[in-house]
Design a protein around this ligand. Sequence first.
Ligand code: MN3
Length: 200
Amino acid sequence: MYKLEPLPYPYGFLEPYIDSKTMEIHHDKHHQTYVDKLNVALEKHKELQNKKVNELLENLNKIPEEIRNAVRNNGGGHANHSFFWPLLKKDVKFEGKIADAINKRFGSFEKFKEEFSNAAINRFGSGWAWLVLDKGKLEIVSSANQDSPLSEGKIPLLTLDVWEHAYYLKYQNRRAEYVSAFFNIINWKKVNENFVNMKK
Ligand code: MN3
């Protein structure tokens, strides 16, 4: 059985950039639902129940076909949100090895911000924007629905949820404003950890 971990901070932790009510619904309702539906999908597949959710996503082609889409969507939903929450914190400096690597790869923080923002804003419908390592190289990508870059052999370092449920209460249709606010709450210390620990 998969289980929802508590949010690693109080609901109001990211105010005013992400409001308390959004965090509460997003974590307690949306994320919970992905976990519940993943458990339902795996009910008759005991051999998969003890695997890490990332492992399921890395090997989607090995998941029995009748539950593959359910695992892709709900396993993805569980993994993506679990990865997302700790990436959010106010007032963390852009520094460390990841900052050096971003500056080198994109030219400057501003260029990186522009490219990441475009990926987030232009993702049509629901999905995620990502900074990933793809064969050791930093890349910005976006994914539809709850698709994870793990399923394409990429290593996620940073992500932003651009489903409407992530921002609609406060920002309504103004996704670009939400994306801009996100740059005030990136936990660069955590992104740096992801980079240092996962670089292959
Ligand atoms: Mn979400």
